[in-house]
Design a protein around this ligand. Structure first.
Ligand SMILES: NC(=O)c1ccc[n+]([C@@H]2O[C@H](COP(=O)([O-])OP(=O)(O)OC[C@H]3O[C@@H](n4cnc5c(N)ncnc54)[C@H](OP(=O)(O)O)[C@@H]3O)[C@@H](O)[C@H]2O)c1
Length: 185
């Protein structure tokens, strides 16, 4: 099972402003022709695991953007999932390792992890296989960070970098797994 991160950041490493605002991202409608590989990536995943904050942000957009793709929302509290989404969206209180083991037992092939704290949790547990970061050419000074503290260095292997004409630089890394620190076993 492959566990992937696919995310946009500012050059200074933020995934949203402190208040959650994403106004620094390019206007999706204006750039309709270019999706930076998102749809190809999304089509390849079986399940999307996201943190509550990301779920709430996505819900605030109005239209649910993930169709009938399976989505797992992580939270330590009970979340009311609207009836229209309950066929595809479930909420769980579980550690990254518990989620990983459950999905692997179900024979999931590829999992998408989203949300800063959630990504950090899966990284700390040694469960992320690859990270695609699309860096926007903007500095916003403060915000919600993609990365956080780690117990030990996490090494990455550079796979590819694409520089788009509008200044977005997308880099794909593989996470180097040390067998002794791989919590998935
Ligand atoms: N730039 C981008 O591409 C991009 C992508 C995704 C999200 N975002 C933005 O990033 C922001 C959200 O990121 P974030 O770092 O604040 O948080 P997040 O990871 O979306 O959500 C954090 C919350 O998820 C829950 N959670 C995570 N792991 C858990 C676990 N193992 N067990 C139980 N609960 C767990 C906790 O909820 P409880 O507090 O309920 O326990 C935690 O407070 C939003 O503004 C969103 O729009 C940007």
């Amino acid at each position: 099972m492959q566990v992937s991160v696919f995310i946009a950041t500012t050059l200074d490493g933020f995934i949203a402003r402190t208040n959650g605002d994403l106004d620094w991202l390019p206007n999706a409608e204006a750039e309709e022709a270019e999706d930076y590989g998102y749809q190809t990536f999304f089509d390849a995943i079986d399940v999307l695991v996201m943190g509550r904050h990301t779920y709430e942000t996505v819900r605030s957009f109005g239209e649910w953007p993930y169709g009938d793709k399976r989505v797992i929302v992580l939270s330590s509290r009970a979340i009311a999932i609207p009836r229209a989404l309950t066929d595809h969206v479930t909420a769980h209180t579980a550690t990254p390792t518990e989620i990983y083991q459950q999905l692997r037992a179900e024979d999931c092939q590829r999992v998408y992890i989203d949300g800063g704290q959630t990504i950090q949790g899966f990284l700390r547990a040694g469960l992320v296989d690859d990270i695609t970061v699309s860096r926007m050419p903007v500095l916003i000074g403060s915000g919600i960070p993609l990365f956080g503290s780690v117990a030990a260095d996490i090494h990455l292997k550079h796979l590819t970098t694409i520089a788009f004409a509008n200044g977005i630089v997308q880099t794909h890394y593989a996470v180097v797994k040390e067998s002794s620190t791989d919590a998935a076993g």
